[in-house]
Structure formats: structure tokens, C-alpha cells
Ligand binder design. Structure first.
Ligand code: CP
Ligand code: NVA
Length: 306
């Protein structure tokens, strides 16, 4: 692994390896065992969009690994005034040991990796959210002990979460069912990847998709950058609110996850959210551990053995 741009680039073994490392780092953190794998290293964190979890978990995670985090708002960087990403990549590669970037277009993340010479981590684009899905898979595996054979159901917008969940779920042997309203389907390249897989189903009926699910996931109907479409989307997503009635189609024991922030009364009811708050906030915590695993894997010294 050289970068974490999207889960499509990773093999099943690479994903499972990251989850195993994340479990180990979580154990070490909880037991006060030092794990300074990024000692002496600096990691830049570029944000072109808002963030609570990604910013704080990356900054804290780098600190816990003995490294130096550097928050780089696009409002302050020259990139915000039009400096090409190709130049930014080549400059930052001479100062830093790694870059996390949250931005709009996946191409910007891919270009950063192509033109720079240090590891690049995708902290969310319009198309993908791989760090979040690694944390989701970690949370699911903690609960069930396995991933293979479980049914993961995503209902809502075919957004960055849907795209990364389909790939991450299928690559780790889960059955993945997805329901979105017409016109809100996942990315074409993701549907292409998934369509030959007998473990993948797609429909426009959330109740049908949820049938016998072990894991139920939803996300905001209007992702960052789509605020202007919010009212239209609330109309178009009628019937997709995850309430008790819809959730009753899943297994009684099903866990419910949400990457946050959650909009009660839209994609999820207050009651379903609070009934599953322990799982949802464990998922949020696991961002820290999963991302530490990604950084250790990408930035550890070649000679270092864990
Ligand atoms: N889930 C997630 O990425 O949260 P933030 O937008 O707060 O980083
Ligand atoms: N789909 C959401 C995820 C937020 C973490 C968005 O892109 O805004």
C-alpha cells in the first residue's frame, strides 16, 4: 500500500490487515502501551470542507503515534487561491511525511498522490470516504467477530458512504444490499465493480433491501456541497427515514451505524438513533484507531517491525 485513495485499490488481505492493526492499536491505547510509530514525522491535514471527527481523530491519532499533525485549511493555503494541486503536492512532499486531504473531487486526491512523493490519505471526497468505512468494518467485526457472510444494508443517498461501503463490504466477504431513490444511485464505477458479485443487490425499495440485515447504515440525504438541494432531497427521499417500522425488516439483533453528523427526522429518527447510540459512537471512536492503522501502514519506517 502506497496511499489510501479509495478502497477499490485495496485487496481483501490489505483491508483485513488494516483492521487487525487497528484492533492492536486500540488495545495498546486502552492499556497504556506506547506505540510511537510516527516519531519524528509530520503529517499535513488539508481540509477544503468542514469536519469534526476527521480533523480531531487525525490530529489526536498522529500525536498518539509520536508524530506532528499540521492542520492546513484551504482558506489559508495557496491552493485556495488557485495554486495547482500538482505544485502543492511537489512542495509538501519536501516538508512532510504524509498528507491527509478532505476535498470535493476525487481527482484532486489522485493528483496529489500522482505528483507528490509521500503517502496520501483520502479523508473524504464527493465520491469516497474510505477512512470512515474502515472504521465501520472494524466496528462491525468487533460486534460479530467476523465480517464474512453478514448482510450489510445501506439505505439513502448513493453518496461517498454508499460507494465506499459497497466496495468495503463486498471485498471483505459481506452480502451488501443497497436501496436509493431513483436518480440517486451509487457511482457508475462502483456499480460496475459490484454488479457481477452475487452478494450484491440494488433496488429502490428500502424495506426490501433491509430484509434480514445484520447491519443497517444510512447517511445524510444532502452531503457537504449539496446544501442547495436539501429541500428537494427531503421530498425525493420520502419513505427512506430509518424508523422502527422500516428497521423491523432487519434482524431483531441488527446493529445500526451512521458516520455522523446525523439529521434526526430526516434519514433517521431520534428513537432509532438513540437506541443504537452505543454502536454509533463506538463507530466514531474507531475512526481514531482505523486511521492510526492506515498511517502506520503507510508511513512506518521500512525497517520497523511491529
Ligand atoms: N464522519 C465524518 O467524517 O465526520 P466529520 O465530517 O465530522 O469529519
Ligand atoms: N456523505 C456525507 C458524509 C459526512 C461525513 C458528506 O459527504 O457530507
Amino acid at each position: 500500500m502506497k496511499h489510501l485513495l479509495k478502497l477499490l485499490d485495496l485487496s481483501q488481505d490489505e483491508i483485513i490487515g488494516l483492521l487487525d492493526l487497528a484492533d492492536q492499536l486500540k488495545y495498546e491505547k486502552k492499556h497504556g502501551i506506547a506505540h510511537p510509530h510516527l516519531q519524528g514525522k509530520s503529517v499535513g491535514l488539508i481540509f477544503q470542507k468542514s469536519s469534526t471527527r476527521t480533523r480531531v481523530s487525525f490530529e489526536t491519532g498522529i500525536y498518539q503515534l509520536g508524530g506532528q499533525p499540521m492542520f492546513l485549511s484551504s482558506r489559508d493555503l495557496q491552493i485556495g487561491r488557485g495554486e495547482p494541486v500538482q505544485d502543492t503536492a511537489r512542495v509538501l512532499s519536501r516538508y512532510l511525511d504524509g498528507i491527509m486531504i478532505r476535498t470535493f473531487d476525487q481527482k484532486e486526491v489522485d493528483d496529489l498522490a500522482e505528483y507528490g512523493s509521500i503517502p496520501v490519505i483520502n479523508g473524504l471526497t464527493d465520491q469516497y470516504h474510505p477512512c470512515q468505512v474502515l472504521a465501520d468494518l472494524m466496528t462491525i467485526r468487533e460486534r460479530y467477530g467476523v465480517l464474512e457472510g453478514l448482510k450489510l444494508c445501506y439505505i439513502g443517498d448513493g453518496d461517498n458512504m454508499a460507494n465506499s461501503l459497497i466496495v468495503g463490504g463486498l471485498k471483505t466477504g459481506m452480502k451488501v444490499s443497497v436501496a436509493t431513490p431513483e436518480g440517486y444511485e451509487p457511482l457508475e464505477e462502483v456499480m460496475e465493480f459490484a454488479k457481477e458479485n452475487p452478494d450484491f443487490t440494488f433496488c429502490n425499495d428500502p424495506a426490501k433491501a433491509l430484509k434480514d440485515a445484520d447491519v443497517v447504515i444510512t447517511d445524510t440525504w444532502a452531503s457537504m456541497g449539496m446544501e442547495d438541494e436539501k429541500e428537494k432531497r427531503i421530498r425525493d427521499f420520502a419513505g427512506y427515514t430509518l424508523d422502527d417500522e422500516l428497521l423491523s425488516n432487519a434482524k431483531d439483533s441488527a446493529m445500526v451505524l451512521h458516520c455522523l453528523p446525523a439529521y434526526r427526522g430526516q434519514e433517521i429518527t431520534e428513537k432509532v438513533f438513540e437506541d443504537h447510540a452505543d454502536e454509533i459512537f463506538e463507530e466514531a471512536e474507531n475512526r481514531l484507531h482505523a486511521q492510526k492503522a492506515v498511517m502506520v501502514e503507510l508511513m512506518k519506517d521500512k525497517a520497523e517491525t511491529l
